[in-house]
Design a binder for this molecule. Structure first.
Ligand code: A3P
Length: 310
């Protein structure tokens, strides 16, 4: 690896993420988050001008966004930083790659250039700013079994809404089955990006959390190739791929001080809310077989004829 560039100069999260915090002292409520997200989407739709080399990491919440950000960031910056100096060791992946909608909530008319062309978003494909659809920039989507997504979302909400102890598991499940969410029903979210990946395979890469967990190195190489930072044979032989897999593993990231006790810069939120178990199939510990069957049936019906399978 080349010698490093100072992390200080390149990844001051404030320069990328925020000029003004949302609520500097308190956790956002669901209503506040909804307002941040809606305003951010509106501003991004009006003002974001995608560049051809921009890369968008897209997902439904709790599908592996944090992991995808870490893998993409480590891959795209691997010649800038020694492993021991990677900003991921001292910053949340969310402070290394901004959410488009949160960035635009804080910087409604942003036109300044950013230092790395990596963005992330939970915005559904059909609501992406037009310039993203019209440009030739790359989109990577990560999806996850909705049963695990729901459980992850449930725990996340409990953590960030500790001031709102009234969320009842069965009610949250009912709402999820009905497709109630900040962004879109999960099936619409998946299908929008899935169909785009079929229509524009050179522009949209569709990844599955479960497959990535099974063989992270294989999918990391696919991801790197797709976003334009392919690994050379020499790098592979030198163990660069495995180093990134290890750096970004749940075990490693979740045990870093910044992810155990740090807070997000823009929206006051504990970084540890993004790390829970990082396992496939945790739903079995929470959903009854009837609940699991119900979600599976919804997926089967909504995805019929799409060619999509979990
Ligand atoms: P669980 O709640 O099931 O543990 P998102 O990043 O989209 O918010 O998704 C969060 C989920 O991804 C959480 O799932 C979290 O634990 C898991 N996760 C976070 N970092 C991960 C990593 N490096 N590898 C695998 N899973 C990770």
């Amino acid at each position: 690896m080349e010698s490093s560039v100072s992390t200080e100069n390149n990844y001051t999260s404030k320069s990328r993420n925020c000029k003004e915090g949302v609520h500097p002292e308190t956790l956002p409520t669901a209503e506040e988050m909804n307002s941040v997200v809606s305003k951010g989407i509106e501003h991004a739709q009006e003002n974001f001008r995608a560049k051809p080399d921009d890369i968008f990491l897209c997902s439904f919440p709790k599908s592996g966004t944090t992991w995808l950000k870490a893998l993409s960031f480590a891959t795209a910056t691997r010649t800038r930083f020694h492993n021991s100096e990677n900003p991921l060791l001292t910053k949340s992946p969310h402070d290394c790659i901004p959410f488009l909608e949160i960035y635009f909530n804080n910087n409604p008319t942003m036109h300044e250039s950013v230092d790395l062309p990596l963005w992330s978003t939970h915005i559904p494909y059909s609501s992406l700013p037009k310039s993203i659809i019209d440009s030739s920039c790359k989109i990577v989507y990560i999806c996850r079994d909705p049963k695990d997504t729901f459980i992850s979302l449930w725990h996340f909400r409990k953590r960030i809404e500790s001031h709102n102890p009234g969320i009842i598991f069965e009610e949250a499940f009912e709402l999820f089955c009905k497709g109630s969410s900040f962004y879109a029903p999960y099936w619409e979210h998946f299908l929008g990006y899935w169909n785009a990946s079929l229509e524009f395979p050179d522009r949209v890469l569709f990844l599955k959390y479960e497959e990535m967990m099974e063989d992270t190195a294989l999918y990391l190489k696919r991801l790197a190739e797709f976003i334009g930072y392919p690994f050379s044979l020499q790098e592979e032989n030198e163990g660069v791929v495995q180093n990134i897999v290890d750096l970004c593993s749940f075990e490693n990231l979740s045990n870093l001080e910044v992810n155990k006790s740090g807070k997000r810069d823009c929206i006051v939120m504990n970084n540890n809310a993004f790390f829970r178990k990082g396992k496939v199939g945790d739903w079995k510990n929470y959903l009854t077989s009837e609940m699991a069957e119900r979600l599976d049936k919804i997926i089967e019906e909504k995805f019929a004829g799409s060619g999509f399978k979990f």
